[in-house]
Write a protein that binds this ligand. Sequence first.
Ligand code: M6R
Length: 609
Amino acid sequence: MCGIVGYIGEQQASPIILEGLKKLEYRGYDSAGIASLDNGSSVIRRSQGKLVNLENILRDQPLTGKVGIGHTRWATHGKPSEINAHPHKAGSIIIVHNGIIENYLQLKDQLKQLGHTFKSETDTEVIAHLIEESLKTEADFEQAVRTSLLQLRGAYAVCILNDKEPGVLIAAKLGSPMVVGLGEKEFFVASDIPAILAYTREMVFMEDGEFVIFRSGTAVFSTIAGNSIDKKARHIDWSPMMAEKGGFRHFMLKEIHEQPRAVRDTIAGRLLELDGDVYLENLQFSDRQLAAVKRIIIIACGTSWHAALVGKFYIEGLCRIPVEVDIASEFRYRNPVVDENTLAIVISQSGETADTLAALREAKSRGALNIAICNVVDSSIARESSGVIYTHAGPEIGVASTKAFVTQLTALYLFTIRLGRANCTIDVLHGQRMIAALKKIPGLIEEALRLNDKVEKIAKKYMNARDFLYLGRGKNFPIALEGALKLKEISYIHAEGYPAGEMKHGPIALIDENVPVVVLVPKGNSYEKTISNMEEVITRGGRVIAVCSTGDEEVKKRAETTIEIPNLDEDLDPLLLSVPLQLLSYHISVLKGTDVDQPRNLAKSVTVE
Ligand code: M6R
């Protein structure tokens, strides 16, 4: 998830682009750059780190020119560095890109054979070279861009300039967001509305497969293949604050709604569908190394620890390797049994959590093979691990983790496939089935998000409760824990998660008509047992909010309130169950008037012990 901005008109481009990028910094901030075209030659300024570094460079070395493009990066392919920062240039072509090109390695090999040399590790640079190559055979710049884009697989929103066509800016979109702003003799392009809201409120929303060329004061829209289309502008009357959050009231709600995209990005380019296997680009362990793993320890804190607990079910259940799950702050102080046959997996959204980092170092010092599941590229944990699976959730700003959690589950599921294929516990057919199910998840999360209004009403009904219980069995027990944590941290209501079968060993004493009990009871292995646990609650006067599979009349007959989620594959239920629980905490918190995005006493990244 990166941010792009483009400008063409009668003003100096660079200051407009810089201001736009500031508004998009929430989309990525590990490096930034701007290119502008003046008198037929482009100048590019780039810098690693936050935008302020680029701003300082531009103060000393300003850019001139009335057309330009800019980018703020959230690294996916290639570490954060100046060389990997956008814009990228090949020959006369300059480009900024948001998205992931899935077939970039294949294209890069072909281009290398044709004599192209690459400066960066990015997938984006491949597009610039592809256009440069197409220019040799195509009639003009516009056609060369179209031909090149049609060769890409994956997702992109791109802005493209050509030194040799100084009055032209091209933009196109497939799978990544893009909006075009219409001004007085000027045009703006951006990943998101806030970037250009200060300049215009007339906006055209680009759809997948669309293309726009700006020249001589006009904007001509078409499909990438070249068919003309008619686009209508919309007037946007959002306040700047609303715009920053994409029209959502809080970052948390925005991030909850970004989950289909986040899961799509996390699996993009990694599925080897015919082989029933996955490719994890920063995890270059051989099958032999993976097959030799006899024991796994997964270590994390908070929400990431809940993901780890689900990971245990995946790996033990499917790869038949014993898995322990440890809280990072406990792990290093308990003289853990770890040796060269142990694989330590650390999970961290930020990659900077002090306890998790220390636990990683502890596991390494004891000789463990180690990998990280991280969201922030090149964070300390990512750098210090021998291998890393990046979740491509994009920056998470709300303190309560949502999209990072769901992508951690996705990454664990991908790793399970890889490990199972390597140690032969998952055969090709099984791997193919797992992949097919995973591919359906983004669409099903979209379906689950449609529960928003219903969950808001449920929140109104239960918001005054002092305590909540969350119950689940098997791999849904960690989701009960996660549901309870979400509620506690943002609404300050006391909540506990329990394995449903454990109720009768103590917590059942808490049940009365004042305690809402959220029971996770989708169809599957532990369905009937969970129904019995739900009955135990009901007979004691408890008020059950059941999260069940769509159309489950048995549950509907019993529970006071039901939330129905799509039913796909038991192993992937944790991803779908998470969505209504996130929404429930969110709405209760809003109704109670707490600070949703920055709850009291909490920090997004806990870098102290
Ligand atoms: O960045 P990390 O994943 O290492 O962070 C771990 C926890 O601090 C984090 O998950 C925390 O529990 C969140 N606030 C939960 O929403």
